[in-house]
Design a protein around this ligand. Structure first.
Ligand code: NI
Length: 158
């Protein structure tokens, strides 16, 4: 596994639509492994493949709650419920945070690392992470959805 280069906000690839994965083969498994390592390296809660320059519908999420990272291949949101106002950031926007309205609950289906379909249901941070990452696969970024005037730029410590 290897840490991959994270594409930053001005990179046009972040605006492109990702293609479905046809077969969950060794190459996809390697991509998933690298994405998990990259997400952990930068303390991210989620990462989508276009953020490492790969236009494939692959997402990883880790809430650091003791559970294994979630792997969502070809994810589809099938149901959302309610809303929540949340603080949000993105590894492609390292110093920017803003408030966003996200669904309070999300149900999605996806393939796991073995290519098997499963359903994932999340509330709170998990719901937020699922919709944020699935947006990336459509070229949609959190900055498109922020509540006006809530953007904060936090300079990294020297
Ligand atoms: Ni993001």
């Amino acid at each position: 596994m290897a840490v991959r280069n994270v594409r930053l906000e001005s990179d046009e690839i972040l605006r492109k639509k990702s293609r479905p994965v046809e077969v969950v083969d060794e190459k996809i498994k390697e991509l998933v492994g690298d994405m998990i390592e990259t997400m952990h390296k930068f303390d991210g809660v989620g990462l989508a493949a276009p953020q490492v320059g790969v236009l494939k519908r692959v997402v990883v999420i880790d809430l650091y709650d003791g559970n294994e990272p979630y792997v969502l291949i070809n994810p589809e949101i099938i149901k959302t419920k309610g809303e929540q106002e949340v603080d949000e950031g993105c590894l492609s926007f390292p110093n920017k945070f803003a408030k966003v309205i996200r669904p309070a609950e999300v149900t999605a289906k996806a393939l796991d690392i073995n290519g098997k379909e499963y359903k994932i249901k999340g509330k709170g941070l998990l719901a937020q992470a699922i919709v944020h990452e699935v947006d990336h696969l459509e070229g949609i970024l959190f900055v498109d959805k922020i509540i006006p005037g809530t953007m904060e730029i936090i300079k990294p410590e020297e």
